[in-house]
Design a protein around this ligand. Structure first.
Ligand SMILES: Cc1cc2nc3c(=O)[nH]c(=O)nc-3n(C[C@H](O)[C@H](O)[C@H](O)COP(=O)(O)OP(=O)(O)OC[C@H]3O[C@@H](n4cnc5c(N)ncnc54)[C@H](O)[C@@H]3O)c2cc1C
Length: 407
């Protein structure tokens, strides 16, 4: 009778264990090297493609898990392996989701395969929304897309920043302003196909963590793309803009459809954070059991043992929030209290806290690159920044609770 369970089914356990094996045997041994090289780990992505982890099919299968746990389980295991390499593997998914969410069937069928390539010739994709003056404040975006009716082409101009895989991607998905009067309602997404003239990589960033993941500026100078590269098509865009103008004239608050999408996607980032936190906790636990000081393992000191107790408790709590939000998204429950944002906020703060404590438990060794917690601590800092900072998550949660519109 009781249908509530936190037990994983056999399929989920099998996928989790398979991913764990890849994370442990392929990603972990390569993690320090690619962190130092600060380059995209192409051979590891290729390995992931060979076994079927780097493919749309695999993510689609996980996304269709009716319990909602397929994606969080995947993210947790891969990011347990290594956050930088994992982001290189799942980064393409961000662009693919942009096409799946807004594209026509034809666009999905044409562009997503080109985002991944195949095992013999792997490709990556980039999702370019953030700009130097438009990070949290997406409505401040300036990149402009203008329609050239005579040639049925869109002309894109602007500078994107912080784009994962920006400039090295085969396919770029670019968000641009089509009607500046409408703020974020006047944005649209475009495919920039491989080899398009006018798109170039700007600065490649040297980062604090997740250094195996490529992050760069993308410069768009008179980039011309065919009309068919507007995701969703011109007719749908014109209808959407007409509705938005109508509502804006009538002074109506426009319901922000993007917010529901974010609530559904944020738990995936929470799961990445849980993976990094769990990895650091496990290293710290092992170390505390074996490191002897004053004639006994350091875990015999309550000061150390209580740290581990807090770390484990917070990781489990974070995972439960992530699982709840993912389950809500998949089973169509309404996010009445911004539960997706809650899960991302909590899990990312936990990852920062747990990895910092792990460094402390390892003492001098924790501070060196001889041990992985130093890298995990640097990697964890990203979770409170990308896909909406912790402050923005709090803002979303607070406004949702207060019934105040989120723009
Ligand atoms: C490694 C990495 C990869 C990324 N990948 C991508 C990608 O693939 N595609 C993409 O489009 N973007 C990407 N981003 C961009 C990322 O999403 C932004 O960095 C993030 O949204 C924050 O924007 P910002 O950096 O401009 O910070 P800002 O918005 O300038 O914020 C600075 C600080 O002010 C705070 N703040 C801002 N507004 C408020 C407010 N109203 N109330 C309270 N506090 C506020 C913020 O929380 C933050 O602490 C990536 C970033 C990084 C670092």
């Amino acid at each position: 009778m009781a249908d509530f369970t936190l037990d994983l089914n056999d399929d989920q356990k099998q996928v989790r264990d398979w991913l764990h094996g890849f994370a442990e045997n392929v990603m972990r041994p390569a993690a320090a090297e690619w962190d130092e090289r600060e380059e995209t780990p192409w051979p590891i992505i290729q390995e992931a493609a060979k076994v079927g982890i780097y493919s749309l099919d695999f993510y689609a299968q996980q996304a269709f898990d009716p319990t909602g746990l397929g994606i969080p389980l995947t993210m947790e295991e891969l990011f347990w392996g290594d956050a930088g390499i994992a982001l290189s593997i799942v980064g393409t998914g961000l662009a693919a989701v942009g096409v799946l969410a807004n594209g026509t069937e034809e666009q999905i069928g044409t562009w997503i395969p080109q985002m991944y390539g195949d095992a013999a010739d792997v490709k990556v994709a980039a999702f370019c929304s953030s700009e130097p003056d438009a990070g949290s404040d997406v409505a401040a975006m300036r990149t402009r897309a203008v329609y050239d009716e005579a040639r049925d082409e869109w002309v894109l101009n602007g500078t994107k920043t912080w784009a994962t895989n920006g400039g090295i991607a085969n396919v770029h998905v670019v968000v641009a302003v089509v009607d500046p009067e409408l703020g974020s309602k006047g944005h649209a997404s475009f495919i920039v196909p491989p080899g398009t003239r006018g798109l170039s990589q700007g600065q490649k960033f040297k980062k604090h963590g997740i250094r195996a993941s490529h992050t760069a500026e993308v410069v768009l100078e008179d980039v011309r793309v065919p009309g068919g590269c507007l995701l969703g098509g011109k007719e749908k865009l014109d209808e959407r803009l007409a509705r938005a103008r109508e509502r804006s004239r009538a002074g109506e608050q426009i319901k922000n459809a993007a917010m529901a999408t974010f609530e559904a996607s944020r738990p995936a980032v929470g799961a990445m954070a849980v993976g990094t936190a769990r990895a650091a906790y496990e290293v710290a636990l092992d170390y505390a059991k074996t490191r002897q000081q004053f004639g006994r393992p350091i875990i015999d000191n309550q000061g150390v043992a209580f740290q581990l107790a807090d770390m484990r408790t917070r990781i489990d709590a974070a995972r439960l929030l992530v699982w709840r939000a993912s389950w809500m998204a998949t089973t169509g429950k309404r996010f009445t209290s911004a539960e997706g944002s809650m899960s991302k906020l909590y899990a990312s703060e936990v990852a920062k806290d747990v990895t910092a404590r792990a460094v402390q438990i390892l003492g001098g060794n924790g501070y060196t690159r001889e041990y992985p917690v130093e890298r995990m601590h640097r990697d964890a800092a990203i979770y409170t920044i990308f896909e909406g900072t912790s402050e923005i998550q709090r803002l979303v949660i607070a406004r949702t609770l207060g019934g105040v519109p989120i723009r």
